[in-house]
Design a binder for this molecule. Structure first.
Ligand code: GRF
Length: 193
């Protein structure tokens, strides 16, 4: 897809495992004239709810079976190559990619995590933040490196944790901010597109 500026948008794949609210948000963002990305492929590791958005917006998608871990990344790489993908956005993707895979896409894989990294890497971030009586949590968009939730941080957004906050209410509040943050982070890394 070309824009008025003549510059081509970056062919992007989004990897999901669940509901796909970040996926839909990124698709909507990608359809804006000023967005630097176009979403050309969606990867899922299961029959995720979010695949609905692939159908809705007519974007190619594929489910990859991670039971066969040795071969699955080759298959994903093959699909990414066929679809000329240059950027990967992880959006609620629950599988861990190998070091070799990450190396091949060095600096071209982004992730969104529902905590203020480096705090609360991994799962159950909201429960842990509340249990530790944190006053704030939030979300982080970062590059993916070989260590879990540890790559260079691109942007973060803080969210207040109130006294009677439940993991569910916090998750909801943070998800809203995720939807604002991911597009902003993408614009930040491609300022001239
Ligand atoms: C988000 O909170 C994301 O940060 C986390 O998983 C959730 C995915 O939500 N990694 P959705 O599938 O985008 O709705």
């Amino acid at each position: 897809m070309k824009r008025l500026s003549g510059l081509k948008k970056i062919r992007t794949a989004v990897f999901i495992s669940g509901t796909g609210s970040n996926l839909e948000n990124l698709i909507k963002f990608s359809l804006k004239k000023k967005s630097p990305i176009c979403i050309k492929f969606i990867v899922s590791d299961n029959k995720a709810k979010g695949l609905f958005f692939a159908r809705k917006y007519k974007i190619k998608s594929k489910i990859f079976n991670f039971m066969n871990e040795d071969k699955v990344e080759y298959k994903i790489l093959d699909s990414l190559k066929k679809n000329k993908i240059n950027l990967i956005c992880l959006a609620g993707f629950m599988k861990i990619l190998s070091k070799d895979f990450i190396k091949l896409f060095d600096g071209k894989i982004m992730n969104i995590h529902p905590s203020l990294l480096p705090k609360y890497k991994g799962l159950n971030t909201h429960q842990r933040a509340i249990k530790n009586r944190e006053k704030y949590s939030g979300c982080t968009v970062h590059f993916v490196n070989s260590k879990l939730d540890s790559g260079r941080i691109i942007l973060q957004k803080k969210v207040r944790i109130y006294k009677k906050e439940s993991p569910e209410s916090l998750a909801k509040k943070i998800l809203k901010q995720e939807h604002l943050l991911y597009p902003r982070a993408i614009k930040k890394i491609f300022p001239n597109l």
